[in-house]
Write a protein that binds this ligand. Structure first.
Ligand code: SF4
Ligand code: SF4
Ligand code: FES
Length: 946
């Protein structure tokens, strides 16, 4: 069990290869060159008192508490800012330094609240510890003079407070905001006695630029910045290391607990994806786990117009099994299916696809990746040989050029964005390709060299134009291509991109991006050193999503930018376990690890272990299930942890499909929008309530550990096992580790994975097997997984979704930092303070033409449908483009998105919808009707469970 107070070495580790030996208090210690004396002392087990130093930040040397004496040198240098030297002899506890430290500490305490051990901060603050370490017994000065003790507490932020009376102006918070988070929201204002910490322009934290990542709170040694939950509940008494349940960055946290209540979530310094950093969601937005809206008892009803009735687990599970069997007997084996969850663990997802294949006897299994990164799987597998990102997050530290396309990392993947921003501050150059001026384009100390404000839907044309420049200007890495790629495919591709129609000048006409910008960006990407591509749903969610992913892989192969740190084609994957849900065989044509269901050798592995005969025919994808429901050939669906009625495109199509089904089972935390069409509701468990693994965007398999018992009684994998057993499958898993053992035994790229190894190493990146027992941070080293890299011609085919007189604007959608996906979790936390509703961003020119003012209600209409929301006027979007999020069911932005989709994977074209925007007075009729319907549908008849 990790310590509540982790070891703090005072200054960051040095990565120097040369080692230095010195003596501290008579102990010999050897550390890398560049290490501080303070850190070397900690390595030798000697704790030097400190206040302004922490190993998350570079040394600062302001508090003067860590002074030491060095033989042969005068004075008392600060151990945090003094590097070690060979043969150095250091004393940390001479009378002289003891005396100085006591004096310093005494002065701090004269202007500090004297609430001793009655304060929740006192028992656990570094400040209290430092006072103890220096041996301070009394404070000789009173509090009569001028001091800061009456300074007003800023409690504007919903999650933490700032008590200036406790502040010693060590500036750890300011430096954390700069160095770790990269937001620069805090400063030290004033000088000497008047100096103080201010947020923004000396304003409340809530209204400042602060993004509530919590880095300042974590850094604060005095409790001046402190979580409100600690103020309320007191200090935690034990902790459990687990993995964030929100996004694909996969941050590790210590869930710090009192009994089975979470007191706070503290980012874990040993977390290999986050290195001790966090964002507002993982750090603070966990209150949904105990929100009163959570459904904790199974419920069922005959018709979707009936109220829900609470029932026992036995009754609910029997009904589920009986209905699936009845429908299959009456209408055929292929009339039922399931959707796995990218929020659930690998083990849970594996079991759902096993249930479908072994229990239902078909391959009607799909997952939410269908609507986000399925083109990544297709595109990277086709070109490189594996359906996942190529590099680890740490790799960005070695990138010279970073290309961000169709992603908004500061909102969508904030902890990785902080890492990227740090690298950019160090001098790496940034290219952004995005229709919006995302924050990265220009923010404190970060500025894109080139921003290509692309017209939505023209990614493929722009990527071919970049390739055109690389090929026609002789910037191809010939040696790399010759050694590592298929020559014929390369020649075909090079001839294609060199055609004049792919020149930047021609593509400018389609994309709106000036040709010179395309040329400059291509030259920088090809010649700027190590170049890394990071991309998101702005690449994949298009009718040519797979083609664009292929285009990115082509660019990286042509310039030799795959197979090394600092390079690669790196998808920033959305949900916490979307990578894992894909890896675990959630697609209708693929068994785990992307092995095709038609392959008899692969089927044989599972047939032997599962004791069944598998159907070799691919099953239905989500959109096909919904279509088939309307023609009667698909009748029953088990949805675990997905809200397709809110998250999938063309809402009317989704809800019509769900409504047409005879039997829908929803397993979730809350009565979500999909549950409005369900007949059985099985309460799900949160990530805090179960063991298992999530896989993040860098293929990292992270352990999820149970911090509290499931409030609904069972983890999700146990519920799926109950259904399987009611269907007669005879499963006997006692713990998710046994499920992982089965995954390892049947999946070559997971062969070396076990819970014991994950416990030992913290995490591993697949492939993890005999060839790579500790995992694979960078893929395609030396050669591509598929053998030779495969270039593919990327013909640009414009989407059928076109603007015209009726729908003259292009809508594109995305995310915001504080909310998450359909908002089911974050809307049930104080994060809604930052984003209460979805807004439509519109350019001032387009707004003026339509007589729309900031904050006005507008009607957003497309060929698929219409919805109403409020407008935000901003030049972050280009003229002709509007943008919104889809976090709120009241807006249901997906009512307007169309059913156009990627040609290869059916991934919906969320990013391009032709729309019109007109002023209106409030919610539209269907929104009001839907509110009523949803309220009706959520009625629960209070009949006690049997
Ligand atoms: S708020 Fe905390 S971290 Fe910031 S300067 Fe004050 S004592 Fe230091
Ligand atoms: S970046 Fe993602 S994984 Fe990390 S804390 Fe935020 S939401 Fe969680
Ligand atoms: S810890 Fe070294 S000067 Fe503050």
């Amino acid at each position: 069990m990790p310590l509540i107070q982790e070891i703090d070495y005072g200054t960051p580790a040095s990565s120097a290869a040369t080692m230095v030996t010195l003596t501290i208090d008579g102990h010999e210690v050897t550390v890398p060159e560049g290490t501080s004396i303070m850190r070397a002392a900690m390595v030798a087990g000697i704790k030097v008192p400190k206040l302004c130093a922490t190993d998350m930040l570079s040394a600062f040397g302001s508090c003067r508490l860590c002074l030491v004496e060095i033989e042969g040198r005068g004075g008392t240098p600060a151990s945090c800012t003094t590097p070690v030297a060979p043969g150095m002899k250091v004393s940390t506890t001479t009378d002289r330094v003891r005396h100085i430290r006591r004096g310093v500490m005494e002065l701090y305490l004269t202007d500090h609240p004297r609430d001793g051990f009655t304060s929740p901060v006192a028992g656990n603050s570094e400040f209290a510890e430092a006072a103890g370490l220096v041996g301070l017994r009394e404070v000789r000065y009173g509090t009569d003079g001028v001091n800061h003790l009456d300074a007003k507490v800023d409690d504007s932020n919903p999650y933490f407070q700032f008590d200036p009376a406790r502040c010693i102006v060590c500036s750890r918070c300011v430096r954390a905001c700069e160095e770790v988070q990269g937001t620069f929201a805090l400063t030290v204002e004033g000088r000497g006695f008047a100096s103080k910490i201010v947020a923004g322009q000396d304003e409340p934290f809530l209204t400042s630029e602060c993004v509530s990542c919590g880095a300042c709170v974590q850094a604060c040694p005095t409790g001046s910045l402190l979580e409100k939950t600690v103020v309320e509940l007191g200090q935690p008494e034990h902790s459990v290391v687990t993995t964030c349940g929100y996004c694909g960055v996969g941050c590790n946290f210590k869930a710090e607990m009192q009994g089975d209540s979470v007191v706070r979530m503290v980012p874990w310094k040993d977390g290999k994806a986050n290195h001790g950093h966090s964002c507002v969601k993982g750090r603070f937005a966990w209150g949904y786990a105990t929100h009163p809206d959570r459904i904790l008892k199974p419920m069922l009803r005959e018709r979707i117009t009936d109220p829900w009735r609470e029932v026992s687990w036995d009754e609910a599970i029997s009904r589920v099994a009986a209905e699936f069997r009845r429908i299959q007997a009456a209408h055929g084996r292929d009339t039922v299916g399931a959707i796995t969850s990218s929020r659930c663990t690998d083990e849970e997802t594996y079991l759902v696809q096993k249930l479908v294949r072994a229990g239902f006897g078909n391959n009607n299994i799909d997952t939410c990746a269908r609507v986000c990164h399925s083109p990544t799987g297709y595109g990277l597998k086709t070109t490189l040989g594996t359906s996942a990102g190529t590099n680890d997050f740490d790799s960005v530290d070695q990138a010279d050029v970073v290309m961000v396309i169709g992603a908004n990392p500061t909102d969508g993947h904030p902890v990785f964005a902080s890492r990227m921003k740090r690298r950019l501050r160090e001098g790496a150059k940034l290219i952004v390709i995005d229709p919006r001026r995302i924050d990265l384009v220009r923010m404190p100390h970060v500025e894109a060299i080139y921003h290509l404000p692309i017209r939505p839907g023209t990614n493929v044309a722009v990527l071919s134009a970049l390739a055109h420049v690389i090929v026609t200007e002789g910037l191809v890495n010939e040696a790399y291509v010759r050694e590592r790629c298929e020559p014929d495919a390369f020649a075909d591709w090079a001839a294609f991109v060199a055609e004049p129609r792919n020149s930047p000048e021609e593509v400018e006409k389609l994309s709106g991006v000036p040709a010179t910008l395309i040329r400059d960006a291509a030259r920088l990407y090809a010649t700027g050193g190590r170049s890394a591509i990071y991309y998101g749903l702005g690449v994949t969610e298009h009718s040519q999503g797979s083609t664009a992913v292929i285009g990115l892989a082509n660019l990286a192969m042509a310039t030799g930018n795959i197979g090394f740190p600092g390079t690669g084609v790196n998808p920033l994957r959305g949900q916490n376990n979307v990578q894992g849900s894909c890896d675990m065989g959630s697609f209708p044509h693929e068994l785990p690890a992307y092995r095709h269901i038609s392959d008899p050798a692969v089927r044989a592995i599972y047939e032997r272990v599962w004791g069944v005969t598998l159907d070799p025919e691919p099953g239905l994808r989500i959109p096909n299930m919904l279509d088939a429901a309307q023609d009667g050939s698909f009748r029953a669906l088990y949805v675990q942890g997905e809200d397709i009625a809110q998250s999938d495109p063309d809402t009317h199509h989704v809800t019509a499909g769900l409504e047409a089904m005879e039997f829908v089972v929803v397993q979730d935390l809350f009565l979500n929008e999909t549950a409005n069409y369900a007949h059985v509701f099985l309460p799900g468990s949160t990530f805090l309530e179960k063991d298992g693994t999530f896989i993040n965007a860098e293929r990292r398999i992270n352990l999820v550990r149970k911090a509290m018992a499931p409030k609904n009684g069972f983890a999700d994998w146990e519920i799926t096992q109950k259904i399987a057993n009611a269907l007669g499958l005879g499963w006997h898993y006692r713990h998710p580790s046994e499920i992982m053992d089965e995954i390892a035994a049947t999946t070559p790229s997971f062969a070396g994975v076990s819970f014991a190894k994950l416990d030992e190493l913290g995490s591993v990146q697949w492939p993890c097997n005999e060839q790579a027992p500790e995992g694979t941070p960078v893929m395609h080293v030396g050669h591509f997984v598929r053998g030779k890299g495969h270039f593919v011609v990327t013909e640009y085919i414009p989407t059928d979704e076109r603007t015209g007189p009726r729908f003259p604007l292009l809508l594109t959608t995305g995310r915001i930092l504080s909310q998450y996906n359909v908002g089911a979790q974050t809307r049930r936390t104080a994060n809604s303070l930052w984003h209460e509703e979805d807004l439509l961003e519109i350019h001032p020119h387009d707004a003026e033409q339509r007589g729309i003012r900031d904050g006005d209600w507008v009607r957003l209409a497309s060929r698929s449908g219409e919805t109403s929301l409020r407008a935000r006027i901003t030049d972050r979007v280009a003229p002709g483009v509007v943008y919104t999020t889809f976090h709120h069911p009241d807006t249901q932005a997906n009512v307007v998105t169309t059913d156009y989709s990627d040609w290869a994977t059916n991934c919906p074209e969320y990013k391009v919808t032709a729309v019109q925007v007109t002023p209106t007075n409030g919610l539209s009729d269907w929104q009001r009707e839907y509110r009523e319907f949803a309220a009706q549908s959520r009625r629960v008849e209070v009949v006690p469970a049997k």
